[in-house]
Design a protein around this ligand. Structure first.
Ligand code: C2G
Length: 132
């Protein structure tokens, strides 16, 4: 039977930390589904829009050979229905979300991987801002 893995994220300014978690997620199964958060969802969470548009972020994630399917995550509250709709066996998230999604243990396995240290979209923005 094919084992399906699902993960979620903004994936703004795609970097090696994103790639690492997607590779680790894929290593747990056969089919990797990625929910890319919409611009609106980001705005509601962080009061700012990502640098790359949702279409650009989805296109980049879709181009990775380890990724099998991509959809837009429109609301954090819909996570349960996304997991059920995609028949995911395992939910993977970085450990900045540790414990936050344990409630889905009744419908799938929930795995948190350690974040890749010293890189984030926010840090990239800060470094670029300082370049004169
Ligand atoms: N990540 C990581 N290492 C980094 C940076 C990010 O492992 N250095 C992981 C995060 O833990 C997350 C994924 O990459 O699992 C995507 O990170 P973000 O784009 O920051 O996603 P976020 O804004 O946390 O959105 O429903 C949940 C949200 O959509 C997650």
């Amino acid at each position: 039977m094919i084992k399906k893995i699902i993960t979620f994220g903004t994936f703004d300014l795609l970097h090696v930390g994103h790639l690492n978690i997607l590779e680790r997620a894929k290593s747990l199964g056969d089919y990797l589904i990625v929910g890319v958060s919409t611009d609106e969802l980001n705005y509601s969470k962080k009061a700012k829009f990502p640098i790359y548009s949702q279409e650009e972020r989805k296109t980049l994630i879709n181009a990775l050979k380890i990724v099998d399917e991509v959809f837009f995550e429109e609301s954090l509250e819909l996570k349960r229905s996304y997991i059920l709709k995609h028949k995911a066996d395992t939910l993977v998230m970085g450990d900045d979300w540790a414990g936050k999604f344990d409630e889905f243990n009744d419908i799938c396995e929930v795995v948190y991987f350690p974040r890749t240290p010293s890189i984030s979209s926010t840090e990239i923005i800060e470094i670029v801002k300082k370049i004169k």
